[in-house]
Design a protein around this ligand. Structure first.
Ligand SMILES: [Zn+2]
Length: 96
């Protein structure tokens, strides 16, 4: 069991969990399932010990066949109509 410090983004508690990891390497996105690591209990930020990160990058460099390949939807935030979401957020604030 690795002892993680508090989350460096939000200060939340980081606990050891086995979770799915999105990993970016040289412009590509890889998904690893059942990765042991630290997970921020507040916002879900993930922390890997150095050995795990090394093993993952090694795997990306050397693996020829992957279990599956998924397509990922992509858009740019400026393409999103935010006015509706803003109004909704305002309504929620006022109803509190
Ligand atoms: Zn956090």
């Amino acid at each position: 069991m690795h002892e993680y410090g508090d989350c460096s983004f939000c200060g939340g508690e980081v606990k050891e969990e086995v979770a799915e990891l999105d990993y970016r390497y040289k412009g590509n996105l890889y998904v690893f399932r059942e990765v042991p690591g630290g997970v921020c209990q507040q916002w879900g930020e993930k922390y890997l010990v150095a050995g795990t990160a090394k093993a993952i990058e090694q795997e990306i460099r050397t693996r020829k066949e992957w279990s599956e390949t998924v397509s990922v939807p992509v858009t740019t935030f400026s393409n999103i109509d935010v006015s509706e979401a803003k109004e909704q957020a305002l309504r929620e604030q006022h109803s509190k």
